[in-house]
Structures are given as structure tokens and as C-alpha cells.
Design a binder for this molecule. Sequence first.
Ligand SMILES: Cc1ncc(COP(=O)(O)O)c(C=O)c1O
Length: 351
Amino acid sequence: MRSAMAAADVGDDVLDRDPTMRELEQRTASLLGASDALWTPTGTMANLIALMSHLRRGDAFLAPIGAHVLDSELGSAAWLAGGMPRPLEHDAGPGKVSPAAVRRAAGSAGPYFALRTTLLCLENTHNASGGTVTAPEEHASVAAAARAAKLRVHLDGARIWNASVALGVPPGALTVGADTVQVCLSKGLGAPLGSVVAGSAEFVEEARRLRKMLGGGVRQGGVVAAAGLVALDNIDRLADDHTRARKLADGLEERGWQVSKPATNIVLISTADIDGELRRFEAVGVRAAPMSGQIRLVTHAQISDADITTALDRIGPAEPGRGEPARNGAGPSGRSLRRGGSRAPARPSGR
Ligand SMILES: Cc1ncc(COP(=O)(O)O)c(C=O)c1O
């Protein structure tokens, strides 16, 4: 990837486009079944550009509870795109909403002073639910319900590659009915930076103006686009991350931890003492993060089979009682958000 970056053919993307960036944008658009696409430095900016283009100030938008656009983008959907967020329950499974729920939430026009709902944001895979996957037919029927209710549809496909590999379908099968899609070249695909937002040619023309307004226009972008092109060559490798996530989850379960069955590359651990366990993991060199009232572990290109064995040895067995989810303060997954008391770190086995 670094050699490709060093050897990249470049131009000035702000003035008259950079050839390597154009190659990346066109290849990504074609993978997603879109007319055109635009590179952005981050997924957050790509989502924001899509929302700014779809929403008028004060419009409501729907998204499944825990969606990245709702909880993890500093409120930019409201602050900068002017949207009123309306989170939807996961009534069709973790990370998923049903067509009926979308129809209900979209409502009908109402009196002139009624809140106007104009957009549905979907997320595949759904990060906060543990990388859960929406299948093509489920996605298509929710998108169709939104369109029938005159909503636009944006798909946050930061990890659409993982969904595509897990399901054995091309990424374009997961974007049907979406007006815009954002995908990340970083994360599992391993580029140091870069996302792409795709849609119609008219959308991309407007998106280019919005990206410049947000400070995301770059000059010799080919250097980073070259990394993105190598990232796209790595999509099939994600299957290894999924296998390792399952191995990690199985090993944790054998050691008495309460874990989710990973659909892709994310493993969620339920424990009553999130902060305490995170400190203990950190102390033994296992980096994890809190998410949705659970602990989130992720497999990626830099995690080998040997790393999974090492992580399991260092984490060691769960102490009895630690895995019991508390009944109060439930997050989106129904797990506890309660902070546990201090506890002496358990000695990791195998160190
Ligand atoms: C679902 C989802 N969307 C968007 C993003 C934002 O990507 P970035 O970190 O490149 O801004 C993330 C990042 O984790 C994500 O998980």
C-alpha cells in the first residue's frame, strides 16, 4: 500500500481532478452500483455531506437506535445538516428496522406546521449492535417502504464490505433503493484514511461543493487514493477477520464470558463492570472500547491467529458474576450502562 502511494499518478483534485482519485471514485461507484462517487477524508464527512444534501433545516430523519450518524458524529446531523433525529427501535433484529416501522414513523403530511420527515439513514453492518448484517432482501424492502413514503434513503456502509463478504453477495446487492451510500476504505480494508460517498451524478456535483465547504478538498489526492485502490483489492481478506472474530468469541465463551455471536468482525462482551474490565484488558495489552453498554473487540488486518490466542490467554477466565447484565440503565442492546465498583485486576492466565 505504501509503495502504491509513493508511485501514485497525481494531479490537483481541487482544480481539475486527480487521475488516481477519479479511478478510485469510479471503481467504487461501479462496485456500489451508483452513477458516480466522491472521495472524502473520513466516513463522518461523507455521511455529513449526504445529510446536508438531503435535509432542509428542520427536516426530521429516521435512523436505527445507536446509528453512527445519531450517536458518534458529535450531532453534526443536527448542528450542520439541520436535521431532527428520530431514532427507530430495532424491531427487525439487532441493528435493523422493519418496513412497517419506517412507514409508521414517516407518517402522512399532516397540517402545515407538522414536522416533516424526509430521510431514512440505514447502517450495514450496524456497528453498535456488534457488526450485524442486513441481507439484500431486507434492505431492499425497507428502502422501498421509505421511498413509497417519499423519503430519501442514505446508507452508511462504513463496513458494507464486511456485510458483502459475510453474505457472499456483491456490495451493489446491498445498496438497492438507496439514494446515497458512504463506504470506508479505512477500518477493515486498512487504508490510512479515506471514504467514498456515492450517488447520482447530480448528487456528486453538489457533494463536491459541500466537501470543499467543509475543508475536505485536497490537492494531490492521488497519494491517498492509491491506498484506497489497494484497500479495494483487500475485500476478500475480510473473511479471515470474521473467522478470527468467531474464534475469539468461542474462546471467550469457553472461559465463561457472556459474548455475542459475531456476524462479522465485532465481538461484544456483556459485563457489569465495563470500566474495570477495560482497565484490566488494557493492563494486559488487549485494547478494547466501550460500546452500547458492552465491551467491543474488533478483528482487522493487523490481528493474526496467534494474536487471538494471546488475547484469550491474557484475558483469561471471567470471574463468576461479572458477566451478568444488570437490570437497570439499559442501553440499546438492553445491557447495563451501570459503572461497577473497583476490583483488583485478575491475574491473566498464560502470561
Ligand atoms: C458505521 C460508521 N459510520 C461512519 C463512521 C465514521 O468513519 P470515520 O471514522 O472515518 O469518520 C464509522 C466509524 O467508526 C462507523 O462505524
